[in-house]
Design a protein around this ligand. Structure first.
Ligand SMILES: [Fe+2]
Ligand SMILES: [Fe+2]
Length: 322
């Protein structure tokens, strides 16, 4: 097996009956794994929880993380409509695990990541904690994003990049970084309210383009009742498509009118779209080419954050020993 295995807990699944869409492994000896459950076979809660009760860990193959993640989503969805609702602590645990696993998968699959980006990972946990403080709304939001694998991946990528750019720009405290990370994660949540046929379409009519351009407002409405989300998070969702030269949307704001965290996330957002392959776009660029393209787009980005992005990816030149 070439893929990595991730430790998972299935202890909260004691109420689930049915087949599991992923394999489950245990580590019999250090580095030696044995499959104890085969993908799509009926799940026997007692058999799997037996290992956990005895203190053993269960593992899922990295290659099956999309299946694992969508399984967690459907489990959450079922429990939200069933009479036997999950305890909020259980639901928060499932959400955090799903988010964490997706995030790990991105880190492992993106070979351009360097230490700057891995440092950003340190702050992801505090962002996730912030999101799960309001657990019922947090779950709804997670479900809305997780139902579209491309959106989930893009949201995490922009979150990671934004945290790296923020640190390169001199923001160091958790109080400042956590809202930037959460805002970046939620920036496109409004896409979850737009028809996939429109999102996937190559040539949009003016009317369809107007629908797409409404996603900042749709996103803002979705988090309206979410307690504890700060002004920074709301401004990122509403303003991440504004341009410093006033040619963006939805309100054609200019540089000083756009809240700094939104200007920062705008840089991460476009960079993510240019460098990651998605359902929406098959052409993608190297980090260096993407930064060069962004530099030619005069007036769009805040130069301070574009410069920080460059510092994330470009290694400082080594001094030649004399
Ligand atoms: Fe957007
Ligand atoms: Fe985006």
């Amino acid at each position: 097996m070439t893929n990595k295995l991730f430790p998972v807990s299935l202890s909260y699944m004691f109420r689930y009956k049915g087949p599991l869409p992923f394999d489950v492994f245990i580590e019999r000896h250090p580095g030696k794994f044995t499959r104890i459950h085969r993908q799509h076979e009926m799940y026997d809660p007692e058999q799997l929880s037996h290992f956990e009760v005895k203190g053993g860990e269960l593992f899922v193959d990295e290659g099956q993380l999309p299946e694992f993640n969508s399984f967690l989503s459907s489990l959450l969805e079922q429990s939200l409509v069933s009479s036997e609702k999950l305890e909020s602590s259980e639901a928060t645990e499932i959400m955090a695990l799903g988010l964490d696993l997706t995030f790990q998968a991105i880190i492992n699959q993106t070979d351009v990541l360097n230490d700057n980006l891995k440092n950003a990972n340190l702050y992801v946990k505090s962002c996730l904690n912030l999101l799960s403080q309001d657990s019922s709304n947090g779950i709804d939001i997670y479900l809305a994003i997780a139902q579209d694998a491309s959106l989930l991946k893009h949201s995490f990528h922009v979150m990671l990049l934004s945290l790296a750019i923020a640190q390169k720009s001199g923001y160091t405290t958790e109080k400042v970084l956590a809202p930037i990370g959460v805002g970046a994660f939620l920036h496109d949540i409004g896409h979850s309210r737009i028809d996939q046929d429109i999102l996937l379409k190559q040539r949009l009519t003016p009317k369809e383009w107007d629908i797409i351009k409404d996603h900042p407002h749709l996103g803002l409405k979705m988090i309206d009742h979410f307690e504890g989300l700060s002004h920074e998070v709301r401004s990122i969702i509403l303003q991440h498509h504004e341009y410093c030269n006033g040619r963006g949307y939805p309100n054609r704001l200019t540089q000083t009118q756009i809240f700094p965290p939104a200007r920062l996330v705008a840089v991460a957002d476009v960079f993510s779209s240019l460098t990651m392959k998605t359902h929406y776009r098959s052409v993608f660029y190297s980090p260096r080419d993407a930064i060069n393209i962004m530099k030619t787009d005069l007036g769009h980005f805040d130069p301070l954050y574009l410069d920080s992005l460059q510092q994330v990816f470009v290694k400082p030149k080594k001094k030649i020993a004399s």
